[in-house]
Design a protein around this ligand. Structure first.
Ligand code: FES
Length: 136
């Protein structure tokens, strides 16, 4: 796919991101950011029997980080926590195209925050995890 098309997809997701919002009483809340630019992401997940039933995000970020957060929430919905943890930067890049190769930190901010949240959830005896101030 041509880079122009990926650029359009990213810009469109930035303006109209899927799954931007809040989940009340989430099973996972993970918040973190990049101190060098001030951008940050917050993920909220509802999990039932180890399956991610709903995923939303909020926070402020550049177009690539917001688009990436939006794509991530789409990718993990319906997945087992153990499978969602396996999503790699390459999986994300294949959704976003090569234009992000110079903006790897922007594209992976959300992935790093989300994975920390999923890891905390798996370790939690109560299957509830709130983790904040993750820095990349
Ligand atoms: Fe901060 Fe992109 S400029 S995440």
């Amino acid at each position: 796919m041509a880079n122009e098309i990926y650029a359009e997809i990213i810009l469109d997701l930035y303006k109209n991101p899927a799954n931007r919002g809040i989940i009340e009483d989430p099973d996972v809340l993970a918040e973190g950011g990049n101190p060098s630019c001030g951008d940050h992401a917050i993920f909220m997940l509802k999990i039932n029997n180890g399956v991610i039933e709903d995923a939303k995000f909020s926070g402020n970020g550049c177009a690539i980080s917001v688009a990436s957060d939006s794509i991530l929430t789409e990718l993990i919905k319906g997945k087992k926590v153990s499978d969602a943890k396996k999503i790699s930067p390459q999986d994300l890049f294949s959704e976003m195209g090569n234009i992000i190769q110079t903006r790897i930190k922007c594209a992976t901010l959300g992935l790093i925050v989300l994975k920390k949240g999923l890891e905390a959830y798996e370790k939690s005896a109560k299957k509830k995890a709130i983790i904040r101030n993750i820095t990349i």
